[in-house]
Design a protein around this ligand. Structure first.
Ligand SMILES: Nc1ncnc2c1ncn2[C@@H]1O[C@H](COP(=O)(O)OP(=O)(O)OP(=O)(O)O)[C@@H](O)[C@H]1O
Ligand SMILES: [Mg+2]
Length: 276
């Protein structure tokens, strides 16, 4: 008998520019979603530059490449994070997926589909830039969270990223999250600036999902190698992460087949193969 598959939300956190808060947002959003009762796995797709592991002080010696080589399972490489989140360290970029044999392809699909019923949300922290490693993860996810700050370079990079995802990957819908804003008004204006460009030159739909305020407490938490949500749970940024999680948790659940991990990984591999 074929049981109905469990829908998994796959959210990629991206933004083009480096240092705009993608990793902090991925970690704290994952934790806040977990706090709402969701089982969350955070995929650190930027291990090459040490992100989630450094931020959380987690030591990982194995990563997704070891799963691909068959030396261990996905469960073996999952690390325990704060607030019950699980962390999957990817290798630096997923280019190695292009060289997988058919047998290995099915091993990866199997590895991800085996954890399918053990998670509700997969959050992917992507690297900076618009490399194939970034776009392949974003393309495979159902929801994209584009992080943008009120700086001309961040707005330009977010625009360029949206343009590439739309033009080369057929993506149409983008969720925009403003970070490091000094006021709600600044966040709205920032969104307005980005949309002025996309409305004029691209055929895409931008959705404003909220803002994380500029918060010294977040900076302090990074220095302590702790997520702000546990280091300073009452800080302005922690409150914003909690309301962002509530908002995202209310988004309609993906319907089959997009909600399946199997589908996610198939798209990931398919994209990689197309770009060889
Ligand atoms: N809301 C915020 N308020 C204050 N500072 C922030 C905020 N968000 C991020 N920062 C600062 O920006 C720094 C970079 O954040 P983070 O590492 O999350 O960015 P990133 O986009 O993942 O960077 P990279 O592209 O290098 O992976 C943090 O160490 C922190 O000091
Ligand atoms: Mg990062």
């Amino acid at each position: 008998m074929n049981l109905p598959r469990h829908p998994v939300r796959v959210i990629a956190v991206t933004g083009g520019k480096g240092g705009i808060g993608k990793t902090n947002i991925s970690v704290n959003l994952s934790m806040a979603l977990s706090n709402l009762g969701r089982r969350v796995v955070l995929l650190d797709a930027d291990l090459g530059l040490a992100n989630v592991d450094v931020l959380l002080g987690i030591e990982t010696d194995k990563n997704l490449a070891d799963v691909l080589s068959g030396s261990c399972t996905l469960m073996d490489i999952m690390a325990d994070g704060p607030m019950d989140i699980k962390i999957v360290p990817a290798s630096s970029g997923v280019r190695s997926m292009t060289s997988l044999s058919v047998h290995e392809h099915s091993a990866v699909i199997k590895a991800f589909s085996e954890i399918d019923d053990q998670l509700d949300v997969l959050v992917i922290d992507t690297a900076a830039g618009i490399s194939d490693a970034v776009t392949s993860f974003v393309h495979a996810a159902q929801e994209v969270l584009v992080v943008v700050c009120d700086e001309p370079t961040s707005i330009a990079d977010a625009y360029a990223l949206i343009k590439v995802l739309n033009r080369d990957h057929g993506m149409f819908k983008f969720n925009i999250l403003a970070n490091m804003v000094r006021s709600p008004k600044e966040a709205q204006q920032l969104f307005g600036k980005l949309r002025a460009g996309t409305d004029r030159f691209l055929d895409v739909a931008l959705k404003y999902v909220g803002a994380i305020p500029y918060d010294e407490m977040l900076r302090n938490s990074v220095k302590k190698r702790q997520p702000v949500l546990t280091a300073y749970p009452r800080s302005a940024s922690s409150m914003a992460f909690k309301s962002l999680a509530k908002e995202i948790d209310n988004w309609p659940l993906p319907s089959a087949p997009k909600g399946h991990m199997e589908f996610f990984i198939e798209r990931l591999i398919q994209h990689e193969t197309e770009n060889v």
